[in-house]
Design a protein. Structure first.
Length: 481
């Protein structure tokens, strides 16, 4: 009996110890889960293992907005629409065809200032007469377009509402490296806010054909329709780019997306805050061309890299700094330059103040030139002239202005630095004239300024002989007087 009691006591003791152990194990497991939840944060180093991207999403999501644009277009009338006979049967609208069509655009944006400034893409709101934004918490506001810059495909909106609004921080796109983790946020297909994750696949992509400033962040994070204008963010939740386009043959995501770097975003945003709706960028005062294999061989270069200075404008920043035709620019402020597009981005995204160093190859030597960061001057003044309809001429209704470095920068004209440029062809478009054409001469008379043109269009010749410079091509035409 004593042995039986001892055995039973042993079992009871074992059960008690086991129960205590199970309880302690359970407590330990719960404490471990609590600790894991507390440690659900980003690693302190790039090499760390990321347990979750949720902390970054929670941080950035309230700043991401949906952007809606609307434009009312007039439909073309039916030829019998105003006929009284047909109106008896089909009403005053004739055939019941609606005369107005509402075109809509859907994209994304990111709040970058607590006062309500939003960055999105130019192509999302281009020509839209009404723009609205919808916030993460479902609030919806009308928005005013403060600035829209087609050259960088960026636009700045201001929310018509009482702030403060949740604003994101712009990061350092210059510090990115290929392989860095990034996330793309937006509203693809209008299904609601969506997050995709990937890495930086390449930097300074210059052949995307998206905007004038060809230097994009390439990522494999899925960017779908509706993501345009949304942020590309790093693991610290900073906006390092604005999603702009994808490379696709079918319209779907193929893992090749492009974002405008934050450095360009910062320049456009600053112009919206302090300017008059115009983005003023540094002016080099020189024309550049790519270095091909033949040029590289003739200059003794090992690789066809850099931007070759083809010509230098008088009294421009390049001339004052000492640059000459034949120089090859290989770096801007320490950033290597592979081609003129890369130079254009690294130079044009700088603020207008102080100087910047250009590293240049000249006759086998590497030289450094500090160049002033200043806007292109608008000299001579535009002095617009519009040709009348009498006498009848091929210039009827055409508007021309004097070409200045500022206007050439604005209209991306790189093939001339002076003369008279067609700002609006008006009715003369039917004769083949286009905006951006430069009038070289009329009936052998050189057109140097708008006053020359004002005198020429009024004459009554039997034949008009016109020479035009179109994107560097010289075109000659004759018209009956």
């Amino acid at each position: 009996m004593t042995k039986i009691k001892l055995i039973l006591c042993g079992f009871v003791a074992l059960w008690i110890v086991s129960s205590v152990a199970i309880v302690r194990a359970s407590d330990f497991a719960h404490s471990q889960l609590d600790t894991a939840e507390q440690q659900r944060v980003l690693p302190g180093a790039r090499s760390g293992v990321l347990l979750s991207l949720a902390p970054v999403v929670r941080q950035i999501a309230p700043s991401v907005v949906n952007v809606y644009g609307e434009r009312v277009e007039q439909r073309q009338s039916h030829p019998f629409q105003k006929d009284p006979f047909f109106q008896q049967f089909f009403g005053n609208n004739g055939f019941g065809i609606p005369q107005e069509r509402v075109q809509r655009s859907l994209g994304s944006g990111i709040i970058v200032d607590a006062s309500g400034l939003v960055i999105t893409n130019h192509h999302v709101i281009a020509d839209m007469t009404e723009v609205k934004v919808s916030l993460h918490d479902k609030r919806e506001y009308s928005a005013k377009v403060v600035l829209s810059d087609a050259r960088s495909d960026l636009a700045v909106l201001r929310i018509d509402g009482q702030g403060p609004f949740p604003a994101a921080q712009l990061g350092d796109s210059e510090g990115l490296e290929v392989g860095d983790f990034v996330m793309a946020l937006g509203n693809p297909f209008g299904v609601g806010q969506t997050v995709t994750q990937g890495i930086v696949s390449a930097l300074a992509r210059t052949q995307a054909g998206i905007s004038d400033f060809q230097s994009f962040i390439q990522t494999d994070a899925a960017i779908n329709p509706g993501n345009s204008g949304g942020p590309l963010v790093d693991l610290n939740g900073n906006v390092i780019g604005i999603n702009t386009a994808i490379f696709s043959r079918s319209g779907g995501n193929h893992g090749i997306g492009f974002a405008v770097p934050a450095a360009m975003v910062r320049l456009v945003l600053e112009a919206a805050r302090t300017g008059d709706g115009m983005v003023r960028r540094p002016w080099l005062g020189a024309s550049l061309q790519a270095v091909n294999q033949e040029i590289a061989h003739s200059m003794g270069l090992e690789q066809p890299l850099g931007a070759l200075v083809a010509s230098v404008a008088d009294a421009g920043p390049a001339a004052l700094a000492g640059l000459r035709p034949g120089d090859v620019i290989i770096a801007v402020a320490g950033h290597s330059v592979d081609d003129p597009d890369a130079f254009g981005y690294h130079f044009s995204s700088r603020p207008l103040s102080g100087k910047i160093d250009l590293r240049v190859l000249r006759e086998g030597k590497t030289l450094t030139f500090p160049i002033a960061l200043q806007a292109a001057p608008e000299k001579p003044a535009r002095d617009p002239i519009t040709a009348g309809s009498t006498p009848i001429s091929p210039f009827v209704g055409i508007t021309v202005v004097n070409l200045s470095p500022a206007l050439a920068e604005e209209m991306t004209i790189i093939h001339a630095d002076k003369g008279v440029i067609i700002l609006d062809p008006g009715a003369a478009a039917r004769f083949g004239f286009r905006a951006g054409d430069i009038l070289v001469s009329v009936n052998e008379r050189i057109i140097e300024n708008t006053r020359d043109f004002d005198a020429v269009w009024r004459i009554k010749p039997t034949i008009w002989r016109v020479v035009v410079n179109r994107q560097g091509r010289i075109l000659r035409s004759e018209f009956q007087g």
